[in-house]
Every structure is written in C-alpha cells, then in structure tokens.
Design a protein around this ligand. Structure first.
Ligand code: PGA
Length: 249
C-alpha cells in the first residue's frame, strides 16, 4: 500500500501574515492525521516562517522550484541546500506554469531533479498535456515524452525517491477537473512507463493528480487504485477546503 500524499501548491500567494494564519488553521485541523502525508509548498519567502510554525506537526514543507546548480553566480535562484536549511524536504519541479512562463524544458527539469535527489530532497515532478494535445489524442505521447526526458538517467534507487504529479494543463486553475476515470487512465499509463524503467521502483512511486482538486471531487479521484494523492493549488489556500481534501484521503 502506498501512503496517500496531499500536497498544497500555494504558488505566488502568501504574505507572512497570511502564511501564519493559514498554517495555524491547518495545524489545528489536520496535523494529527496518520493516513496521509501532508506537504505544503509556500513561496520561498514564507518557508522559514512556515517551518517554525510546523515544527511540532506532521505536516512537511516543500519548495515550488529550485536551481539545477549547486551554488554560485545564478542571480535570483535558490539551491537545494537552501531549501533544506529552511526546513523543506520536498520540491515541486517542472510545474506547467514553470514550463509555460519560464520555458523550462524536460532536460532542465531532469537536471533539477538530479540536484534535488543528490541533496536529499524529494522531487515532485509534474507532467501533463494541454487541451489541444488531449483533443488531438496525443496525451500519452506528450506525457510519455515528458517522463522520458525528466527521468532520463535515473537508476532504480533514485526512481524510488521521486513523486510524479499528473496535472493536465487544461484542468489547472480552471475549475474543470479530469474525471476519476480519465485521471486513472493516465496514471496507469505513467505506472506502465515506470515499470519499463524498474518494476520494483514503479510499485512504490506515488502518483499524484493535480488540476482543480477540491473538497467535492477529492474522494472520487483518491479512490482510484493508481491515484496516490493530490497536488492542490487554489483549494490549498483555504484551510477548510484543504483539510476536507486531507480527510478525503
Ligand atoms: P489548481 O492548481 O488546484 O488551482 O488547479 C493545481 C496546480 O497547479 O498544482
């Protein structure tokens, strides 16, 4: 049995005051569950505050991106070691918003994931097709290529440490979610790709679904055999909604 993982991607939201209020509400409502691993990913500037507030809870912390380099002259970038020093143990990589607005390639995401694994962070690698790609019947081709590129060169012991998030771009922030059956079909495809890389690792890698997950649709999605959790955007900014999703797991 793979333990469920519910991760909140706050994106570019969360002043320190907002971070404090939201985390206090989450800790009060969801920190003592032992069914799901909860991870929240606030912006870099809120990580240290978040880490302090989460110190005595079971909620883990993640970054939303990181540099493919260890350190040096990379203005504006944040390294894996920096994330670790402020208490993050996870990092989201290759989110479609990074791919779209920062032209991130599979090759770059692969380099970032390698750096994260070397430092001891758990990468949450995002893949997903656009609406055009889905309607053109190219979902598996697109997701398959993203997996081949982002996971290139990883041996079984590294594969075992990653998390994959399937996030159809057309479902992100749109209120339009994949049905549990649609999501499960892609998750099965992803699992199959992982099996081809390493059968044992494939069984343990958590596959998260993301894209307009909310308190109402979470239970249906999370009941699918290959949906091991959720990567939640908008709904992770509302304590009640996020706690309800955690409870659904
Ligand atoms: P959403 O975002 O839940 O707001 O659709 C999900 C994500 O981008 O990770």
């Amino acid at each position: 049995m793979r333990r469920k993982i519910i991760a909140g991607n706050w994106k570019m939201n969360g002043t320190l005051a907002e971070t404090e209020a939201l985390i206090r509400a989450l800790v009060a409502g969801a920190s003592n569950n032992d069914r799901a691993q909860v991870v929240i990913c606030p912006p870099f500037t809120a990580l240290e505050t978040a880490s302090r507030l989460l110190a005595s809870s079971h909620i883990a912390l993640g970054g939303q991106d990181m540099s493919p380099h260890e350190k040096g002259a990379y203005t504006g970038d944040i390294s894996a070691a920096m994330l670790l020093t402020v208490g993050a143990t996870y990092v989201i990589l290759g989110h479609s918003e990074r791919r779209q607005y920062h032209a991130e390639s599979d090759q770059l995401i692969n380099a970032k994931a390698g750096q994260a694994l070397a430092a001891g962070l758990t990468p949450i690698i995002c893949v997903g097709e656009t609406l055009d790609e889905r309607e053109g019947g190219r979902t598996e081709t697109v997701v398959g290529k993203q997996l081949d590129g982002t996971l290139a060169g990883f041996a079984a012991d590294n594969l075992k440490k990653i998390i994959i998030a399937y996030e159809p771009v057309w479902a992100i922030g749109t209120g339009r979610t994949a049905t549990p059956e649609m999501a499960e079909a892609v998750h099965c495809f992803v699992r199959g790709k992982l099996v081809a890389l390493d059968r044992t690792a494939a069984e343990t890698v958590p596959l998260l679904y993301g894209g307009s997950v909310n308190a109402k649709n979470a239970a249906g999605l999370l009941s699918q055999p290959n949906i091991d959790g959720a990567l939640v955007g908008g709904a992770s900014l509302k304590a009640d909604e996020f706690i309800a999703i955690i409870k659904a797991a």
